[in-house]
Design a protein. Structure first.
Length: 159
């Protein structure tokens, strides 16, 4: 189990590499598809049912993100973001959150600026290997991104 505080109120996650394995499928018609795992979808559902707010900040824009927001009622969805730390800082101000009340989940170097703003930092097992050297107090899930990492976080917070 991950070491997480009951003071956490807001969970913010990257999408690709966390909810997905980081891969994409490209059809003959050049349509991009991504694979997600129902374990992670159930994890989001568990978090929301336990009164955690959930947000996604992704470097990519995708209709998949819109589907996700509509299905779960995600409070904040930001796609096409290169400076994730700036968006996370704005969200923390908007919701009057302290660094000890926010958990951030990311898997690559473009998440470092967001990790630096919060006390609880988690990466899936298949994260970029540079992250532990760049991010202090980074916790690593036993599950891979796209294969239960979000569910592992939900179980650590809610069970």
């Amino acid at each position: 189990m991950l070491k997480l505080s009951k003071n956490i109120k807001f969970i913010v996650s990257d999408f690709d590499g966390v909810f997905t394995d980081g891969g994409i499928y490209i059809s003959e018609k050049n349509e991009i598809q991504k694979k997600m795992n129902f374990k992670d979808l159930m994890g989001v559902s568990i978090l929301l049912k336990n009164n955690y707010s959930f947000a996604i900040i992704s470097g990519e824009k995708s209709n998949i993100l819109n589907y996700f927001k509509e299905k779960f009622g995600i409070v904040e969805l930001h796609g096409g973001i290169r400076q994730k730390g700036i968006v996370l800082e704005e969200l923390m101000k908007k919701y009057n959150l302290k660094s000890s009340e926010v958990l951030y989940i990311g898997d690559d170097i473009n998440d470092i600026s967001a990790f630096e703003l919060v006390d609880y930092r988690i990466a899936p097992k298949n994260h970029n290997p540079i992250l532990p050297f760049k991010v202090k107090n980074l916790q690593i899930t036993q599950a891979q991104g796209g294969d239960g990492a979000i569910r592992e976080i939900a179980d650590s917070l809610c069970l």
